[in-house]
Design a protein around this ligand. Structure first.
Ligand SMILES: *Cc1c(COP(=O)(O)O)cnc(C)c1O
Length: 362
């Protein structure tokens, strides 16, 4: 049969996939890039030893399937308890995908507060799993009674809690997290992508709550290009995830680069501390009425959520873009994000450029 790829695809590709659009990444060429929570400093720069660490990789051989060298170093720098196991993903996005695949089936529901990280919903949908969002409170905190009611109604197999949350930067109260873990009948995944900019990890809770796991990533601390995420939890959970992980999912170059970087993890944490100091300064500066923001949220991450005057978010986003400053416009994504923009913290020069451009456009 000589039908075109388009015709044939429309016949055999799942109709829900045909209706989807691909994950959109904004073109950032030549821009001050404050849209994606990357560490602004190129690393390792001229770090001695980096080229050799990569050059020694035997690219003709498959990598260490369990990435033992990386996991050993992660255990060390992140003080992962011996009783917990670790599995790595090609970014934590892959781990979210694996967790969902692990439970996917009829009458399975996945729950998350909203607004939160969009991949929970996207990956639930691509795996044909029912997804439910429970709105946060107006101050972007967990609505615990609503979460508990949803848990009771839906008995979700997975609950994703990003803490600190993206796109709000808010860290939830530990007592709220505990209540949700205690009520859950499935697995609670605490996504700590921004833990380097925060405090109070849930890692110490895992001992008491073996039906919770902690997910982290190297992306936000300075190694977004490596694509390395990690899931930490009770061996009974990690064993199941490991069964559906594709063999050799972490390439040899990534492993070598990550080992090198983790041996110098203090430098990345030092940069994270610097970003936290700049975040606090930017938070205070943005209160000035010359920026005409209705609200700037306190943040525990490497970005700030701000609310513009009514109906102005898209205009300001475009005005900044015209001045080569790229941020994220969140307006329209969720009712709580009306008129909201997300500003990643960059170098002090980039942060100043943002302020100047913002003053101009408002
Ligand atoms: C950025 C982000 C991730 C994804 O990180 P990768 O490791 O780069 O895939 C996961 N969760 C949250 C909340 C994020 O903001």
């Amino acid at each position: 049969m000589k039908d075109s790829p388009k015709t044939r695809a429309s016949r055999i590709v799942r109709s829900d996939i045909q209706r989807m659009s691909a994950y959109h990444v904004q073109n950032a060429e030549g821009m001050v890039k404050l849209d994606a929570m990357e560490n602004p400093w190129a690393w390792p720069g001229d770090q001695a030893g980096w080229p050799e660490a990569i050059a020694n990789v035997q690219a003709n051989r498959y990598p260490d399937p369990g990435a033992g060298g990386v996991i050993r170093r992660l255990r060390d720098v992140m003080a992962i308890p011996d009783a917990m196991d670790v599995v790595l993903g090609n970014g934590s996005d892959e781990l979210i995908q694996l967790l969902i695949q692990m439970v996917a089936g009829d009458n399975v529901t996945i729950l998350s507060p909203e607004p939160s990280f969009v991949m929970y919903r996207v990956l639930a949908e691509t795996n044909r799993v029912e997804y439910r969002g429970v709105s946060l409170t107006a101050d972007m905190q967990l609505d615990v009674p609503a979460m508990l009611a949803a848990i009771n109604d839906l008995q979700p197999a997975l609950i994703f809690l990003a803490c600190p949350n993206n796109p709000t930067g808010i860290r939830y109260a530990e007592s709220d997290i505990r209540q949700i873990i205690e009520a859950a009948t499935g697995l609670v995944v605490i996504d700590e992508a921004y833990i380097a900019f925060s405090e109070d990890s849930a890692l110490p809770l895992l001992d008491q709550y073996p039906n919770a796991v902690v997910m982290r990533t190297l992306s936000k601390v300075g190694l977004a290009g490596l694509r390395l995420g990690m899931l930490i939890g009770h061996p009974d959970w990690i064993t199941e995830v490991d069964k559906i992980r594709l063999p050799y999912n972490i390439g040899a170059l990534t492993q070598a680069a990550a080992e090198f970087a983790l041996d110098r993890y203090d430098e990345l944490l030092g940069q994270a501390r610097e970003l936290v100091a700049m975040r606090e300064a930017q938070y205070l500066t943005l209160q000035d009425e010359r920026y005409r923001l209705r609200h700037v949220w306190k943040s525990d991450a490497n970005f700030l959520l701000v609310q513009t005057e009514e109906g102005r978010a898209r205009y300001i986003f475009e005005g900044l873009r015209d001045q080569d400053v790229l941020i994220k416009c969140l307006d329209g994504g969720h009712p709580l994000l009306k008129d909201c923009l997300r500003l990643t913290i960059g170098t002090s020069q980039e942060n100043r450029q943002l302020l100047a451009a913002l003053e101009k456009v408002v």
